[in-house]
Design a binder for this molecule. Sequence first.
Ligand code: PMP
Length: 318
Amino acid sequence: MKPVVRSVLDAIGDTPLVELSRIGAGLPVSLYAKCEHTNPGGSVKDRIAKAIIEDAEARGLLAPGATLIEATAGNTGMGLALVCAVKGYKLVCVMPEKMSHDKRAALRSAGAEVMMVPNAPVDSPENFQNVARRLASERGWFLTDQFRNEANVRAHEEGTGPELLAQCGGAIGAFVAGAGTGGSITGVGRFLRRACPSAKIILADPLGSALAEWVRTGTPSGDGSYAIEGIGQSKPPAIMDRTVIDEAITVSDDEAFAMTKRLVREEGLLVGGSAGVAVAAAITYAKRASPASGPVIALLPDGWDRYRSKPWMSAWGE
Ligand code: PMP
């Protein structure tokens, strides 16, 4: 039984690692899923929200009742909203229009101010990251800056990575994750490079993202069109470290959505589309893995509740 915790912040992390025994049947290695959708805010981003705010507090950057601003696809916003609720800070989220209505509504209900901006490339002044940076400097708000803040990487290097290795009894064959900021894959990758150097670190990238080609050749390239939310980029994020990634596997929207449906219907894992990308890539890798290499782990970043009104998911019930 888990003991009483002082606040919901102490319930972040220590997520279950679940064997995908139906989806992974017949593979030469075990396939495991790190269930980050079971965090209190419904995603892996609770970890970095807590880490970024505690880091800023430790550096004396946050006065009581301060306003924080972030450029977010939604999940980081929800993580920040629950940390701000517990700690008494105000939150502004800048979101690209592509992101689901469910995410906007949830953030507003949790007390955040949400500003929508066009889906603009990273070098445009309209881009959500550039708008957040500009508002932070104009209004004196604290920019949590998940795309550049090293506390994002550290949350995974000191949290997610060590948890995984302990759950696997010290042996991991491969870790497979998508990248939005690149915090998850960079942090877990850095930790495993030191603690389990034989583990392969695999980027699961949506078809159309430029990151897979960047991992393979050092030059980003992709047409940028895909429906999966939260992962893939047209340019590599500042904190993403290519040197800890061994390989990139590309997954189409259709493959990802089909795998997400299987995760829900065959494994009872109520996850969003980026989990389908990670598991589809993990299976591609696992098919050619050596049986002695250890389990292949896919990171499931968030829950399905934010996507149920999206056409790809609402079509399942018809
Ligand atoms: N999946 C979803 C749905 C996300 O919102 C994000 C973060 N934007 C990720 C995966 C990727 O996580 P990271 O930022 O650690 O690369």
